[in-house]
Design a protein around this ligand. Sequence first.
Ligand SMILES: [Zn+2]
Length: 66
Amino acid sequence: MEALYCACCGRPFKRAHQRGPAPLYCSRDCRRQIEVRRRTWTAMESVGARAFQEGRGEIRAVAVGW
Ligand SMILES: [Zn+2]
């Protein structure tokens, strides 16, 4: 029997189905948590990228103000 460790909480679990790719999470809750986290990261990344692009203009504006 294959020992798997949840990518979310790190708990060992057994895979329920032998077909298909090995599951990464011990439960649906863990899977959902990672999905929520990943969505937050993606949102943060896009906001960060936009802030970086806008930041160039902002820095110039601040420099002019000084
Ligand atoms: Zn888990």
